[in-house]
Design a protein around this ligand. Sequence first.
Ligand code: NAI
Length: 694
Amino acid sequence: MSADYVVHGDVAVITLNNPPVNGLGLATRTAAVDGLRRAQMDANVKAIVITGAGKAFSGGADIREFNSPKALTEPTLHTLIRTAEEAVKPVVAAIHSVCMGGGLELALGCHYRVALPGAQIALPEVKLGLLPGAGGTQRLPRALGLEPALKMIVTGNPVPSEKLPALFDEVYAAGTDLVAAAVAFAERIADVRPLPKVRERKVDHPDLEAFLRKTREEVLATSARFPAPAECVDTVAASATMPFEDGLKFERERFMHLMGTTESKALRHAFFAEREAAKVPDVPADTPQRRIAQAAVIGAGTMGGGIAMNFANAGIPVTVLETKQEALDAGIAKIRAVYEASVAKGKLTSEQLAQRIALITPTLRYEDVAQADIVVEAVFEEMAVKEAVFRKLDDVMKPGAILATNTSTLDVDRIAAFTRRPQDVIGTHFFSPAHVMKLLEIVRGKATGKDVLATTLALAKKLKKTGVVSGVCDGFIGNRMIEQYVRQAGFLLDEGCLPEQVDRAIEAFGFAMGPFRMGDLAGNDIGWAIRKRRQVEQPGMRYSKTADLLCEMGRFGQKTGAGWYDYPAGQRTPQPNAQVNDMIVAHSQALGIARRDIGDDEIVERLVYALVNEGARILEEGIALRASDIDMVYLTGYGFPLFRGGPMFYADTVGLPNVLAAIERFAAGRNGEAWQPAPLLARLAAAGKGFNSK
Ligand code: NAI
């Protein structure tokens, strides 16, 4: 069942019925077209109402039919809209809750529209790098006026129905019985002829050229890397300059063009990747979950404070434990300061601030955290400290509590073994700043219970994070890959680059921040400590010594006012430093390296393919479940450019044989030992396949 047909008096009511949001899939379109035809043939029916069952009028195209031939099978969305528009009896769209994309395009094809207030009205196609392809760019300006329509189409953002009076013939009071009101309306207008059609209206604008010029400039300034917003402007402009049918043809052509762009493919990849990441093959959706009503965080430092805010923001009471009163006070003061900054920016009200602070309880005593349903440890990154904390948690926590660690590199299985309940232990690796970054790496230990994993995945969603599952290895998915990227950045310094050149090249590629600016932000001492440990655990791994020399100069980054760059008087804008650059050049000389000019292309290839090659290993070892999970980690945690879809997707677009050839070239050069091609990459390249299309 995908659309129901019922006759009330002399009005036929067609109810779209395709949960969860009445996506306009083939079966729904077929049933709606059948309903429209049947109503027109029924001599007892004078008018037709189309509405939606459950939680929406219609959310638009059925995402399950994306990339499937069903989307192009008749009746297409175009055919459905035409059937409504050309019906010989009036068709009324009765809208509630959600009316987006194809759903709104269908409503625009109807002769009348009535709505409940609060319905979310949008054409969000631009968010997938597309434009509305079923007449939306031609009908919405005719219905609303060019400026408001263009704004909705270029941003894709929803507008509540009561704010769009021009779109609706009637907007009822909240709580009105929508179908009854729509039927009464249909009866009232049943005999009015000619039937009003949006397509027959004209789009006027007093100064079209100037308005379009200004909008094009704005669009270019905010989304230069994406072609869709500019195409939206051109296509909406056609509604004012072309006859309707020509405008539709133009829209179709631009839509098809955008479908083929890498940027749109990348956005659609990310859209599906996010949904896929929540699925773990051996942990089905109906796996029982544990209740999370109370949380605790151990350690109120950089990460602990941010993690506690996540719980408070989701309405979950959280107790924060520290060893010393001063550390506890400092941690709570920092949380308060972050909330106060949000209030100052108008993102939070003072009441919300008070509510959130009230949800956070500071303590120095383990008895106060014992009843929490989940406890997240965020103490120093040292195994001995983690051991002491987990032994204590094992002693005090109530049975069934989830014991999570925020470690960024340590072995979660070893941590679990400090307890008598390894099935309850899991890694929840938040990213800094933890109250901002979308990524949550969920580290599944070898003993982690399926219910614990399912609960943590659901918790990620509740905290509005993108949860991605990783197996246990040093650095998990994200940091294990970034180490190879940072390692290449160091070798580039030894061979001839300076930090600003490397950062500039990779930022031009689209990264939010280059490796040296990133190091200065995160603190160069963190990597230093990891390398020291690594030299004990895995002696022989070679890397550029420049980062160690930098730390020996006391330049830890922004927190010390100086790192790879200077940050005069607390500024965040980096200034190159002559001493650092001299140190880099002197180090090359000490190594006997003749520094050479290195092109931006080589910089980008070496940094990005270092990620790809390590990503391939991670995939082959099963640390990541799928290539798209690795992409999500990089898009949501590391500032990888969204319009390139993530490292693995990007490698697919370059072509794996090309990536492999570059890696083999690097392997033959200086520091070539870092470039053993990952076996999976070599195999897929030979088979003409991609990471995302195995
Ligand atoms: P931090 O040094 O800012 O905070 C650690 C806090 O733990 C301090 O306030 C300290 O007083 C407290 N602490 C130490 N021993 C304790 C104990 N036995 N009981 C209770 N509290 C104790 O460190 P940060 O940066 O917050 O890191 C915490 C954890 O998060 C580490 O495992 C780190 O690897 C991980 N992490 C850090 C990220 C970052 O960017 N800083 C990112 C992701 C993970």
